[in-house]
Design a protein around this ligand. Structure first.
Ligand code: XIL
Length: 315
């Protein structure tokens, strides 16, 4: 099974996002999530985000975040904690507030110390900053309330606060569309250097890897790209891997291409020393965040798709 194979292949884990509501409502789903041979690592799909943990200023709630954290704890699975500073799923009191540097810095520091404090010692890694780079041609920093207020100074502020809150968690920058060696990839490399130049800690870069069938780079191109990051002294991981083929029928040829694409992505992590593991963003089409995307490795009836054995074959 996938985690056992991944560990034998030298990775720390093969994991999945776990959906809080579905864990509670669907026994078959829950049993697969609980199988540590399949998934040695879990990420909460929504429960630790800002809107779930601090919907009102200073009022912290952990009911949803505790669901996946609790499953991981009782099974002894690694937990990737997700996410602290992100423009999305951000309550309007933050995104629409009228802030200056001092007031927004206090808000960020309080959010990080409370949320990370609650999960202290439980998280293998935290996605401290998520999706701070836009998809425009220049790969400009995303014009969030954080960037508007601080320019890039919120990166060291957030990573310093995270280090203080849980010194043993690996601190990650996490983003998508870093897989194509474009402007966004260059900006992410700059971001890592900028955090280090400010004297702040960063341990890892998470490649979300939300991909499309037929659109994944080759295994060797991906390995080369990952090495550009490990050369800066950070570890890397695929943190939200899925490969969708929306608007295509789920024919056997499409599923075969999807299998090849999954194998290339996972294989590239095996090929790179500093690539610690792979997390898929949900394991089953039925509950996937991309509706009708057929992006996962189990079909909606809990059958393994060709992608499952293709991944096994590179581990
Ligand atoms: C997604 C969840 O899967 C959905 O359930 C939710 O409605 C929106 O967010 N990048 C991320 C993840 O970092 O947190 C996102 O998760 C998918 C894109």
């Amino acid at each position: 099974q996938l985690n056992d194979l991944a560990v034998a292949a030298g990775l720390k884990y093969f994991g999945t996002a776990g959906q809080e509501g579905t864990i509670t409502s669907d026994t078959t789903y829950r049993n697969i999530i609980n199988n540590v041979h399949e998934f040695g690592q879990l990420t909460p799909e929504n429960g630790m985000k800002w809107d779930a943990t601090e919907g009102q200023p200073g009022k912290f709630t952990f009911q949803s975040g505790d669901i996946v954290a609790g499953v991981a704890k009782s099974n002894g699975q690694l937990l990737r904690c997700h996410t602290l500073v992100w423009y999305s799923q951000l309550p309007s009191w933050v995104s629409n507030g009228s802030w200056n540097r001092n007031t927004l810095q206090s808000v960020i520091e309080s959010h990080i110390s409370n949320v990370m404090g609650h999960y202290k010692g439980q998280c293998y890694a935290w996605d401290v900053v998520n999706e701070a780079i836009s998809d425009d041609a220049q790969g400009n920093y995303r014009d969030s309330i954080f960037f508007k207020t601080f320019k890039t100074d919120y990166f060291p502020i957030a990573f310093n606060a995270a280090k203080k809150a849980d010194p043993n968690a690996k601190l990650y920058y996490n983003d998508y569309n870093l897989e194509y060696n474009g402007a966004k990839t260059e900006r992410a490399l700059e971001l890592v250097k900028l955090i280090k130049a400010a004297g702040a800690p960063i341990d890892g870069v998470g490649f979300q890897a939300h991909m499309t069938v037929g659109g994944t780079p080759s295994r060797s191109a991906m390995a080369t790209l990952l090495k550009r990051f490990t050369a800066l002294g950070v570890e890397v991981a695929y943190t939200e891997l899925d490969i969708a083929h929306k608007n295509q029928p789920s024919s056997s040829s499409v599923q075969a291409q999807q299998a090849t694409d999954y194998a290339n992505m996972v294989g590239s992590c095996v090929d790179v020393d500093g690539c610690v593991g792979v997390t898929i963003w949900g394991f089953i089409d039925k509950y996937n965040w991309i509706q009708n995307g057929n992006a996962a490795i189990f079909d909606s009836s809990f059958n393994k798709k060709p992608a499952y054995s293709a991944i096994s074959s590179v581990l």
